[in-house]
Design a binder for this molecule. Structure first.
Ligand code: ZN
Length: 393
């Protein structure tokens, strides 16, 4: 159900991961988040980092805040996005060896950035039945929620991506593993919703990426079925977001520049979610027309209008142009503005991420004004607060 975005056009947010402050040197290294919160050094750095993320987003005028994936360790190229989950699920063993984890990386080899990323992934084995997960997403949300009156979106890697990142030695086939993981993750999301979180974001179905690589063991229909088990019952409690992108380890796109969502959209539309996030900045709105025609009207669409892959900050005018392009196909009431993916995972610096957020909100304000909508105050862009004298006129 819609909560934070109900009856609100052109809300702004980002995907979830934000760059870690350089002083955030503590890590969980496999222990539960609750254990980390009981260690004074970890607790102080985690909560101070959350406070920094909240202030940065409020200075930028962001409507829907994220927790920056603060619980994730400082691993190479965002490895912890994956390992945070598989280190905390019964039935999955210790990390073993680096193996080529996913067909999407099939065309990569020595000499490629992504190959070094694969070397660091140390894929664990599924050694027994998948049991309880201990993601503690509810605790992650409760840590940040008291810091702001704005809604905070907490996201997690999906069962689908985890199923690609482990070595299945237990289940007869990949689909059985996927279904078991989907049930385990569903319980974690329910704990988050039951804690009062206004939204949950699942990152992400494997539909669009797997369709780029022929010969997959699990079909698009089966991914839809499994995803709807993963989110079962959640929409009765909270606003459910499904994030999609074309990759983000170290800000890298894993697929060709012209990779299109078009074939995947009829499947993504069958997902039992309220909001689907889709890339738009990195491909200059290439698929906006398809988003408008192939996603049903009962869903909202969050499009990327700033890129996590480039260091050049988009000008507000560029952002506004991209929003106007999206509005040709998607009604303002259904359009949400976001980044293509997260800024963490050894990608942008804190300043890059911050000024991209500021630019997104300034660009959104240009379009809000044109549509007669209320503009959002951007403290970071307030001339009265400038420490440098402004030129006359
Ligand atoms: Zn992403």
């Amino acid at each position: 159900m819609f909560t934070a975005t109900k009856d609100k056009p052109l809300q702004t947010t980002t995907t979830g991961a934000l760059p870690r402050p350089s002083w955030f040197t503590e890590n969980l290294r496999g222990v539960p988040l609750s254990t980390g919160f009981a260690r004074s050094a970890y607790r102080e750095q985690h909560f101070d980092c959350l406070a920094c993320h909240v202030v940065a987003q409020q200075k930028a005028g962001i409507d829907i805040l994220v927790d920056g994936d603060t619980r994730l360790d400082d691993d190479v190229a965002g490895r912890s996005w994956v390992s945070y989950a598989y280190e905390r699920i019964d039935g999955i063993g210790e990390p073993q060896v680096a193996v080529q984890p996913y067909a999407a990386m099939a065309d990569k080899g020595p000499g490629d950035y992504i190959w070094e990323v694969i070397e660091t992934r140390l894929t664990p084995e599924v050694q027994g039945p998948i049991g309880k997960a201990e993601l503690q997403l509810d605790r992650a949300w409760k840590a940040v929620a008291p810091m702001t009156e704005k809604p905070v979106k907490v996201g997690s890697i999906s069962a689908q991506v985890v199923s690609h990142m482990v070595n299945n030695k237990h289940y007869p086939d990949q689909r059985d593993l996927l279904l078991a993981l989907s049930e385990a993750f569903n319980a974690e999301y329910h704990a988050l919703a039951d804690a009062g979180a206004p939204m949950v974001q699942i990152e992400e179905p494997s539909i669009h990426q797997s369709m780029q690589v022929p010969g997959q063991e699990v079909s698009a229909d089966q991914y839809v079925e499994a995803f709807n088990i993963e989110v079962k019952g959640l929409r009765e409690k909270t606003e459910v977001w499904c994030h999609t992108c074309w990759g983000s380890p170290g800000a890298q796109k894993m697929f060709p520049a012209d990779a299109s969502y078009e074939k995947a959209l009829p499947y993504l539309d069958q997902l039992d979610v309220d909001v689907i996030t889709l890339e738009g900045a990195s491909n200059n709105g290439m698929d906006f027309e398809h988003y408008g025609s192939l996603i049903s009207k009962d869903k909202k669409i969050a499009v990327g209008v700033i890129s996590h892959r480039t260091l050049q900050i988009e000008r507000p005018e560029e952002v506004a142009d991209l929003i106007r392009k999206a509005l040709k196909y998607i009604e303002p009431e259904r359009l949400i503005l976001s980044s293509d993916c997260g800024f963490g995972r050894q990608a942008a610096s804190r300043m890059h991420a911050f000024y991209k957020m500021v630019s997104m909100v300034r660009g959104a304000n240009m379009v809000r004004k044109e549509l007669g909508l209320e503009e959002v105050y951007v403290p970071a862009a307030d001339p009265a607060l400038s420490m440098v004298p402004l030129a006359e006129g």
